[in-house]
Design a binder for this molecule. Structure first.
Ligand SMILES: CC(C)(COP(=O)(O)OP(=O)(O)OC[C@H]1O[C@@H](n2cnc3c(N)ncnc32)[C@H](O)[C@@H]1OP(=O)(O)O)[C@@H](O)C(=O)NCCC(=O)NCCS
Length: 166
């Protein structure tokens, strides 16, 4: 399968919103939003979120297969770091290379922008995602206890970082 990496824009709002709803419903540990909170987002609001420029996508032909948040601080003292997440690929494109194209796209873009450290949080029980991140060189940096409560149950997160230098 061929996949293409791209920054998402207002034009992708409806497709992105649908994919996000799918992710929140099928993989709740991969998201901070509840289904109800995600469903409240209008297409106009989704367009505004994408217009902020902090979301990247992976396409199969013209179909959005996955997306991830990619945020760099404007503050001079934090500009060596960027945060990833949520990171999601639709179930029908998992295990097919789409997630790798998305991650490689982000890594290449971050590197070109002079970012030296990528960071993310992942549920400590999300073995597939952790394995995926490790494949790209992400390393466990810390564990945040009781970071998220899903339906009242406490979850811990691993904080993982990928350093390009140093
Ligand atoms: C996380 C995600 C983006 C990875 O994409 P993917 O297409 O599934 O990833 P890949 O198939 O390339 O790699 C998954 C790796 O986990 C391994 N794996 C699969 N199931 C596993 C499991 N239950 N336990 C441990 N490892 C597992 C695979 O063998 C593969 O490792 P390998 O390359 O060493 O063989 C995707 O699964 C996803 O969107 N998941 C739902 C949302 C989510 O959890 N996002 C992360 C939030 S932080």
């Amino acid at each position: 399968m061929d996949f293409r990496y791209a920054a998402l824009t207002r034009e992708n709002a409806e497709e992105w919103q649908n994919l996000r709803l799918e992710g929140v419903r099928d993989f709740p540990v991969g998201f901070l939003l509840t289904e109800e909170e995600a469903a409240k987002t209008s297409v106009e609001r989704a367009a505004d979120i994408l217009a902020a420029g902090s979301t990247r996508g992976v396409f199969s032909n013209d179909t959005l297969a996955g997306f991830c948040g990619f945020r760099r601080s404007e503050l001079e003292r934090l500009r060596h770091r960027a945060e990833l997440g949520p990171f999601f690929v639709s179930a029908r494109f998992q295990g097919k290379g789409a997630a790798s194209v998305l991650m490689l796209g982000v890594i290449e873009e971050a590197h070109a922008a002079g970012i030296e450290q990528l960071e993310l949080f992942v549920d400590t029980k999300n073995a597939r995602a952790i394995r995926f991140y490790q494949r790209f060189g992400f390393k466990h940096a810390a564990t945040l206890i009781d970071s998220v409560r899903i339906d009242g149950r406490s979850h811990n997160d691993d904080f993982m970082t990928l350093k390009f230098s140093g």
